[in-house]
Design a protein around this ligand. Structure first.
Ligand code: MG
Ligand code: MG
Length: 248
């Protein structure tokens, strides 16, 4: 069921979104060679708690941590571990959710650790840019296919693979709500978005093939060809003439 949010809910999401934005900035600051992903997860958990928020992903569907931390060829849903240590040249993706007053926000960033190859650095930049290209066409009345097409065509210009198996989503009283928000599509097709709908837009872009699979841990999604992947996400409110980004 697709819902629109009232002012009270949007205001609560704005507050949660600020905590999430600052959590991701804190993670970025600590994303240095030698730190474990478990330690980064602990830093995020403590910050969110201190700010009066709830880590939306902790125990969500059984996920055992507050942040999905995915390295290089891992696309999303990486599980933090003491054994996973950031190394020079890695791309690390932080995907986190913060809840407050019964509503949730969801956002992700890709961070370069130390000296990252120009190829991977460019992938991270273009992934972020593809999100903002999508924002240029997003407002009340925009069709989901037009949003997806805009993101897809921007990323594919660079020869990258746009992940199909995972998509953005509605968000609000639950972390994942209708509708699905694909990063690919056909211009002018799909559902029209309404004012005061809240959605998470999240391009997941691969250096090589768009094909991905889930590892034996039941969570971690990785690229089929083992090449790097990048992710960039924000929670946004649809407005009459554009969007308000809640997690930036
Ligand atoms: Mg997310
Ligand atoms: Mg999401």
């Amino acid at each position: 069921m697709v819902t629109v949010k009232n002012e009270e809910q949007i205001s609560a999401m704005r507050k949660a979104g600020r905590v999430l934005r600052d959590t991701l900035l804190l993670l970025e600051e600590h994303a240095k060679v030698g730190i474990s992903t478990a330690e980064l997860d602990r830093i995020a958990y403590e910050y969110i708690k201190k700010e009066g928020g709830v880590p939306s992903f902790l125990n969500y569907g059984g996920f055992p941590a507050s942040v999905c931390i995915s390295l290089d060829e891992e696309v999303v849903h990486g599980i933090p571990s003491k054994k996973k240590i950031l190394k020079d040249g890695m791309l690390v993706k932080f995907d986190c959710g913060v809840g407050m007053y019964g509503v949730h926000t969801d956002a992700a960033r890709t961070v370069c650790v130390g000296n990252v190859s120009s190829e991977k650095r460019k992938l991270a930049e273009v992934t972020k840019e593809s999100f903002f290209e999508g924002m240029k066409v997003l407002k009340a009345g925009t069709r989901l296919g037009t949003l997806g097409h805009t993101i897809q065509s921007y990323a594919e210009k660079y020869g990258y693979g746009v992940v199909r198996d995972l998509v953005g989503h509605g968000i609000g009283t639950s972390v994942h709500e209708d509708p699905n928000v694909p990063n690919f599509g056909t211009e002018g097709r799909g559902m029209r978005l309404f004012e005061n709908m809240t959605i998470a837009v999240e391009p997941m872009i691969n250096l090589g093939t768009y094909e991905v699979y889930c590892k034996d841990d039941g969570w971690t999604i990785v690229t089929d060809d083992g090449k790097a992947s990048a992710h960039y996400e924000n929670t946004v409110v649809i407005k009459q003439d554009g969007v308000e980004i809640l997690t930036l």
